[in-house]
Design a protein around this ligand. Structure first.
Ligand code: PFF
Length: 454
């Protein structure tokens, strides 16, 4: 198969740059905002265990599979399938990824916008002196409005579009390298403050003492969806990023480090949030607003809280930005390579299109909050459909493709850098992508989706 017939494409500069960019995509609101609220709604500890199991057994192999497809084909998510399986319908998996990108970015940018509002509040010392109830109330007033949440969403999408427009790699690769370690450091500091709050044990028990009576198929599907969402797998983000990785970089090692960084951040976020949830008598099943109510409570109590609040929301916004950029990149790479648009035009059309869908997600908390379809708002559906339906199906198709259709020789050549890298675990990987992962995803999905039967 000719692999060199594409026009020269950009590539990441270094292995550390790849890891920073991919970890930048993986670590985001999914870890700090979504993980705690989904775990909270699903009973805590037992959810965490199942989540970790999925990360290891499914998340890591799917991530490696995606990077392998992307680097082999050197194309966008849809183009990669077309190139590796010419004339076959596999490109539909790429197309589904583009749809997932629209849905994810639509609701993700709502929450990303909230981080900007909270940053501005932090700068204005807006949390100080407020009780836990008052903080909850001010959050609810803010998110149920229209103007401010929409304004922040548009601003966030503009920032995302701007970075993609002006060349993702230099901006993202560079900033991710600087910002990710700072984010880690801050989470550690905040975690220490949180676990030393009086009454923190309740939160640690909630997170680490599994209560298996809470486990149902829909909860297991939630854990799978969260694992996929958090690792940015199942929709071609890592196919797209993989296509920018230089041929001498070790894919297994990159996938491992990104998976480890993402998992560490999710656990730390849980350890940061649940003790404070219990210390301040907040319901762990509070939902979408959990982090925005709990964190300001910690800042109010903490020495230097004013300063930390500003730093934290800045970094949260940036963590979100390195993720939103990666989602937009999927769309832009597709538009520009497959629809022959200039990259700039692709960025504008992609960002504007996603923002328009995103308006509906944002208004789901305000004027559209009564617009409920089968028990969920539009925001709820975007979140559920993308994480629990599209990403698991995407992940399933990706492992099946790599396991059975791409050709073992191609897969092995790409993973071992044409034989120059020893990958002892290759047979294990093959076994997982051929059998274990597809069966596990299919079973969890088919049982979990029963929630749709009313
Ligand atoms: N992984 C990101 C997070 O945890 O915040 C969200 C995300 C980014 C999901 C990119 C999917 C994706 F393709």
């Amino acid at each position: 198969m000719a692999m060199l017939n594409n026009a020269p494409r950009d590539s990441f500069g270094s292995k550390i740059g790849v890891i920073a960019a991919a970890a930048g995509s993986a670590v985001g609101l999914g870890n700090i905002w979504r993980f705690p609220y989904v775990a909270g709604e699903n009973g805590g500890g037992a959810f965490l265990l199942i989540y970790l199991g999925f990360i290891l057994a499914i998340g890591f192999p799917v991530m490696l599979a995606e990077l392998t497809i992307g680097r082999r084909a050197q194309l966008n998510a849809l183009g990669s399938f077309k190139k590796l399986a010419p004339g076959k319908p596999w490109y539909l998996v790429g197309l589904m990824g583009i749809v997932a990108a629209f849905l994810i970015l639509a609701f993700y940018s709502t929450i990303a916008g909230w981080t900007l509002e909270y940053l501005v509040q932090a700068i204005g010392n807006g949390f100080s002196g407020k009780s836990s109830d008052a903080l909850k109330e001010s959050f609810e007033t803010f998110q149920s409005g229209s103007f401010r949440p929409l304004l922040w969403q548009v601003i966030f999408m503009f920032m995302t579009g701007y970075i993609v427009y002006s060349g993702v790699k230099k901006g993202i690769e560079k900033y991710a390298k600087i910002l990710m370690p700072i984010l880690l450091l801050l989470i550690i500091v905040m975690t220490i403050r949180s676990v030393t709050l009086p009454g923190a044990e309740g939160g640690l028990n909630f997170l680490f003492k599994p209560d298996f009576s809470k486990i149902t198929w829909p909860v297991i599907l939630d854990a799978l969806g969260q694992a996929a969402f958090s690792l940015s797998i199942g929709m071609g983000t890592l196919i797209t990023y993989g296509s920018y990785i230089q041929k001498d970089n070790p894919l297994p090692n990159i996938a491992l480090q990104v998976t480890a960084a993402d998992t560490l951040m999710a656990i730390l976020a849980g350890v940061m949030i649940f003790p404070a949830v219990f210390a301040f008598n907040i319901d762990p099943a509070e939902g979408f607003g959990l982090v925005f109510i709990v964190l300001p409570n910690i800042f109010v109590q903490m020495a230097g809280g004013y300063f930390f609040a500003i730093l934290f929301f800045t970094l949260l916004a940036i963590a979100a930005l390195t993720s939103t950029v990666s989602v937009l990149e999927v769309v832009v790479a597709y538009f520009s390579e497959e629809l022959n648009m200039s990259r700039n035009k692709a960025t504008i059309i992609g960002s504007v299109g996603i923002t328009i869908v995103g308006v509906f997600a944002t208004l789901s908390f305000g004027p559209l909050s009564d617009f409920i379809i089968f028990g969920k708002t539009l925001f709820g559906w975007f979140d559920y459909l993308s994480a629990n339906v599209l990403l698991p199906i995407g992940a399933l198709m990706i492992v099946l493709f790599v396991g059975w259709f791409m050709g073992k020789a191609h897969v092995k050549a790409e993973i071992t850098n044409e034989g120059s890298l020893k990958v002892k675990m290759f047979p294990v990987f093959l076994w997982i992508v051929r059998l274990l992962a597809p069966i596990a995803i299919a079973v969890v999905f088919l049982y979990g989706i029963n929630v749709l039967k009313f």
